[in-house]
Design a protein around this ligand. Structure first.
Ligand code: ZN
Length: 389
């Protein structure tokens, strides 16, 4: 079956202007200014009043739930298919977090397979906050080489009282195993780093980069908008060649305590001369959003929201005057490049047909296609999880 989407303003994320996009099976066959096919086998879609962008790539979602830091009643639930699809997310990487006792990598992998069975592209990180590393096969390299969905390791927690307080040698071993596993399987072998609020910030990563041959680009530290001091250190980290990731899920209390809203963070990053190809957003969806008091006691808890991923990009455009073709890179081409997902993050021939149609003025998500299949049309999910109401 062929689908021909006519007259969309294509932001690929390079601005291509008005284009026709032809989709065959799971792939984009062609993007040209005029494609005409008259055939009963072609589904025609008029997108004259729409902007087409690549499907979003969310590098951190806790698909089986997270949290639990406040006891058994504070474990967050697992993600629903439509939490992702209505948020425009067609590619995601799933991770465990603090809890690797009641949550397992087996469960994470099977949940990823479930989302893939519905038509998404869901990958996983091996490991968790906890060290020594828990894996599926018993070995990180084997997980990355032998399990199709496994593309790296994370979240490895540093500078956080909830982490395992790794020594630099431990982090170096994890990073080299992930790197070699990635090389052997043609994957990124990326090391997703959960950056906590501790004062040591990037020092452990810097130590590994200084004392070993592992490049700074092997690391993908997230939550860098947690506070102003960390954010400034993050800008310096990119000047040394590193990538940083900002977390879009947040709440008003976090902002009061100094967290930087992603849209404002991206504006500040670009104004400081930062390279758009070194900064990304992720939702941290279905994580808990805990706040601790000075004594380390949990004082509040909410659930991370996948819809925040594109909401922050929209705020970049509507409130921070960042062009869409720039801001959208933070959730499309740049995370796809960091994660080395070659067919993702860009609208071009031979890439996977993952795309989002946006309303031109409001930038609301109107339709979502993943691997050639419409999952959302006219803001309504066409496919729901088996147990979703
Ligand atoms: Zn985290």
């Amino acid at each position: 079956m062929l689908t021909l989407i006519k007259n969309a303003e294509v932001v690929a994320p390079v601005k291509l202007g008005k284009q026709d996009v032809l989709i065959c099976g799971e792939k984009i066959l062609a993007i040209e200014s005029l494609i005409e096919i008259n055939s009963p086998y072609v589904a025609l879609v008029d997108a004259s009043d729409k902007i087409m962008v690549p499907g979003f790539v969310d590098s951190l979602v806790h698909i089986t739930g997270g949290g639990g830091e406040g006891g058994f009643t504070t474990r967050t639930p697992e993600v629903n298919l439509t939490d992702l699809t209505t948020a425009g997310i067609t590619t995601l990487v799933a991770a465990l977090g603090t809890d690797s006792i009641s949550r397992s990598l087996n469960e994470l992998l099977v949940k990823a397979k479930e989302l893939n069975a519905y038509g998404l592209s869901c990958y996983i990180y091996s490991g968790s906050y906890h060290l020594p590393l828990k894996t599926i096969t018993g070995d990180l390299q084997s997980d990355i080489v032998l399990i199709d969905e496994c593309i790296g390791v994370g979240e490895v927690a540093i500078a956080d009282h909830r982490g395992s307080q790794p020594h630099f040698r431990e982090l170096a071993r994890i990073a080299s195993d992930a790197r070699v596993g990635g090389m052997l399987s043609g994957k990124s072998g990326i090391v997703s780093i959960h950056m906590g609020p501790g004062n040591s910030m990037f020092s452990l990563i810097d130590e590994v980069v200084e004392k070993t041959d592992i490049p700074i680009s092997q690391f993908y530290p997230t939550h860098i908008n947690r506070n102003k001091v960390l954010f400034n250190a993050g800008i310096d980290f990119t000047k040394r060649g590193g990538y940083i990731d900002l977390t879009t899920s947040s709440n008003s209390m976090a902002f009061e305590l100094g967290e930087i809203k992603c849209s404002k963070g991206l504006k500040e990053f670009l104004d400081s001369g930062g390279d758009i190809q070194q900064i990304t957003f992720s939702s941290d969806g279905h994580a808990s959003l805990p706040e601790f008091d000075e004594a380390g006691n949990l004082i509040s808890l909410e659930v991370g929201n996948e819809g925040s991923l594109f909401r922050e990009v929209r705020d970049c455009v509507l409130h921070e005057s960042i062009p869409l073709e720039v801001a959208i890179q933070a959730i499309t081409s740049t995370p796809a490049d960091v994660l080395k997902l070659k067919n993702k993050g860009r609208l071009q021939a031979n890439n996977d047909a993952d795309l989002v149609l946006l309303e031109k003025q409001s930038l609301h998500i109107e339709s979502v296609m993943s691997k050639g299949q419409w999952l959302v049309r006219n803001q309504t999910p066409l496919i729901k999880g088996t147990f979703e109401s």
